[in-house]
Design a protein around this ligand. Sequence first.
Ligand code: HAM
Length: 423
Amino acid sequence: MIQIPRGTKDLLPEETAKWQVIEKVIRDTCDVFQYKEIRTPIFEHTDLFTRSVGDTTDIVQKEMYTFTDRGDRSLTLRPEGTASVVRSYVENKMFGWVNQPVKLYYLGPMFRYERQQAGRYRQFVQFGIEAIGSNDPAIDAEVMALAMSVYKKMGLEKVKLVLNSLGDAESRNAHKEALIQHFEGRIGEFCSDCQSRLTKNPLRILDCKKDRDHELMATAPKLPDYLNEDSKNYFEKVQAYLNELDIPFELDPNLVRGLDYYNHTAFEIMSEGEGFGSITTLAGGGRYNGLVSELGGPDDTPGIGFAMSVERLLLALEAEGKAVQTIENVSFYIAAMDEESKVAAVKLTHNLRVNGISAETDYLNRKVKAQMKSADRLEATYAIIIGETEMETGIAKAKNLQTGESVEFSLADGLNELKKLVS
Ligand code: HAM
């Protein structure tokens, strides 16, 4: 028997019903915040990710699904959405659009070759937004507000927003120098990845999963201590806006994020629900002011965004004991007593459906009693039984299964009456 690949999941109808509720909350939220949907390909040229996410990151070094196609091109299943959105922004010259900043959202599968555990899959669905073209700290607050708003609408209470600033290029360089000095003398005690990161990208040492507990980690120079005036001012304004919007947050000078394109604002949203497991990050994001020009767009085009996975949102809901309210019942169940009435039942079912009313009938030729059990299981609002009498008189009854009340209607032209019952 061939089984599902490790790190992937089938979503069966009971689950997809929940997903659809979440997807609707996401789309409605984006609509009120005025973010428009973009759909980009599932695979991209590998270079896109090495250049944006960064060639010293875990994602690029260890987690990408990269393959060579029949035309000898190196392609990669997208591990995240920001790189593709920015590529598309540049390629479609969105910087020339009349409405600025360009505010986009996406919802779709991403792929990372990670060790499978709760909350970590090899195929997962990210919802993310990107606001490109504004350097206003108010939009940083908007991006975080949108993320928090989705969690709030889903009923999550135990979530916290954690914030840091990575500063501009000058601040980051000063910090980089300090990190090199800090680790240099004892870099031999670190894993081979960290050793090669020391000169290329020492910030990445700070989020190494292997060397997490090394004593030098806790004493490493912290980014906020290296912020220059401009970066500090910017960060203060972001915090002031969050306060104005009544969005509580915590500062964490150790928050560095696992992708290279960030500067200034960096944030994560964590679950504090009991039993959520070891991976508590629900969402992550930040500013990437250098990415558009890195990918060939106009210089100094700023951007900010975040992404969350639907899988982790569902886990957080479970940890808080919150159910996703799904509506799945059918309006009419039509049962038939014999072969002749079965034709009438099939026709009525079809007529209801093409008129936009959900209906179900029996396809296993069961006894009426068993058909009515089906109606109960499907939580049908009304049941209609068609038999010899109904065929003779042309009149049938729709019975409300909750109240027990019945309404008569004409089999030939009673569709409008049935419509009224469920409208
Ligand atoms: P990220 O922190 O790599 O950021 O991922 C964002 C979110 O995707 C995580 O917080 C988590 O909810 C989810 N996620 C990541 N990996 C997995 C996995 N293996 N299984 C399940 N869920 C996962 C980014 O991807 C950036 N592109 C976010 C961003 C957008 N920054 C600016 N704009």
